[in-house]
Design a protein around this ligand. Structure first.
Ligand code: ASP
Length: 438
């Protein structure tokens, strides 16, 4: 069975990285289908090609000359081509792109050219077929990704090919205009392509040796998670773990294809294996699998006498949130109290939300508190294990950290706590120490 291999921007940032990628692909004959990102940063202060393209298009829309604006991007690709010793000439492609920029082909079109051009170069370097994602990754006329049409088109196309490079991040609408996924969306293209070829595994190559138990910007040298389930990954990535695009789980999960996160700079490291829930999976080495969290939440606290016996109270509030198109995170309740935990980003979508809640709920008391952080402690190993919550709370209490919200579903897959944003990093560290180091 073929493998789908996806390489992120740092894995393709320059010719040296391209060579590592080619070695990885050529070392396993099953690695026949490749999804590349656009070149990423070569060093800390460098620019990602995708960001350069957004900037370039904006400048052209503001009246700048497309050729001048596009030149640094062209130079970046030309350097990769010459450093690899390839003889392709992309100047015709650059002309078309500049022309389309002038015709205002759109931001999505502009950003997608990073993956498109990188795909052409990689296909040439590997001597693989090039399949333009605009032919096989399809959106409907409203701009929604068309999973079924894409799956049938892509599997038909790739079924005829021995190998292929399919650029990540973009596809096309029925009228041919280019549409991208959200940032980091090449992961999603990889997942969709893995499903279409019924891959034995979706290898996602990046610059870290797998999913880490906690954010390395917060915890010093966190350990790598060897194995986790899709559901655990979903919980962690929703709560801020950034290894994979959060949507990319869905296509492979339905096809029960495991994802292997691997490091292009250390290919012999096992990385992280993400497997379906149904797979026989060994007991995790620690009770918790991972810790993730986000800043920037608020709570709307509503108090009303006899709220619990008032029929329709919750419905009225939830209907209001629906009509205001505001999604919320959690809804902890007491007998006569209800708290809506909501991200500040969502709260901003409805500037008069509080006033409107007052109108439909007629509370005795209501207040809004901001500056909340949420932390999710995730792990299949927590199920039926006594004392996990006690250990979390003891660790936080020892560190003098106050917990404002507690939420655990009966699946026991995660415990979510809300605390002051100021305590965020310290809380993650003490939980990490409690479960991983002690
Ligand atoms: N190049 C795009 C980005 O920077 C997509 C990707 O790399 O997955 O977001």
């Amino acid at each position: 069975m073929p493998k789908l291999v996806k390489f992120g921007g740092s894995s393709l940032a320059d010719a040296n990285q391209f060579k590592k990628v080619a070695d990885i692909i050529k070392s396993d004959k099953h690695r026949r289908f490749v999804v590349p990102s656009a070149p990423g940063k070569r060093f800390g202060a460098d620019n990602k090609v995708t960001d350069m393209l957004y900037g370039c298009y904006e400048a052209v829309c503001g009246g700048s000359d497309p050729q001048t604006e596009f030149k640094p991007v062209a130079e970046r690709f030309n350097k990769i081509i010459s450093d690899l010793g390839l003889s392709i000439d992309l100047s015709k492609e650059y002309e078309i792109i500049c022309d389309n920029f002038k015709k205002k082909a759109g931001r999505d079109y502009a950003a997608s050219r990073g993956e498109y051009l990188n795909g052409i170069i990689l296909a040439e370097f590997l001597d693989f077929n090039f399949v333009d994602a605009a032919e096989v990754i399809l959106f409907d006329s409203y701009g929604n990704f068309d999973a079924d049409l894409t799956d049938s088109t892509l599997s038909l196309k790739l079924g005829t090919l021995k190998n292929a490079v399919i650029p990540g991040f973009y596809g096309a609408m029925p009228d041919g205009s280019i549409k991208t996924f959200s940032r980091g969306g090449s992961d999603f293209t990889g997942a969709v392509a893995a499903k279409a070829i019924s891959a034995s595994v979706y290898e996602n190559w990046t610059d870290v040796s797998g999913v880490l138990v906690a954010d390395p910007k917060i915890v010093l040298n966190p350990v790598v998670i060897e194995r986790l389930t899709y559901r655990e990954l979903r919980e962690l990535s929703y709560m801020g773990a950034t290894v994979l695009h959060e949507d990319c789980i869905f296509p492979v999960r339905s096809a029960k294809i495991p994802i292997n996160i691997k490091n292009t700079n250390d290919p012999s490291a096992a990385g992280t294996m993400i497997v379906p829930e149904s797979t026989e999976i060994s007991d995790p080495p620690y009770i918790i699998t991972g810790i993730a969290g986000k800043l920037g939440f608020s709570t709307i606290n509503i108090e009303k006498d006899e709220m619990n016996s008032e029929i329709g109270f919750f419905r009225r509030i939830l209907t209001l949130l629906e009509t205001e198109k505001v999604s919320f995170e959690h809804l902890p309740t007491g007998i006569d109290t209800m708290t809506i935990v909501i991200s500040d980003e969502n709260l901003k979508k409805s500037p008069r939300l509080i006033e409107k809640i007052e109108k439909v709920a007629k509370p005795n008391n209501m207040d809004v508190e901001d500056g909340l952080a949420l932390i999710a402690i995730v792990g299949r190993g927590m199920k039926n294990k006594k004392g996990t919550a006690a250990r979390i709370f003891a660790a936080l209490s020892h560190a003098d950290i106050n917990i404002r919200i507690i939420d655990q579903g009966s699946s026991e897959l995660n415990i979510i706590i809300g605390l002051d944003g100021d305590d965020f990093e310290q809380a993650i560290n003490v939980i990490y120490d409690m479960f991983i180091l002690s």
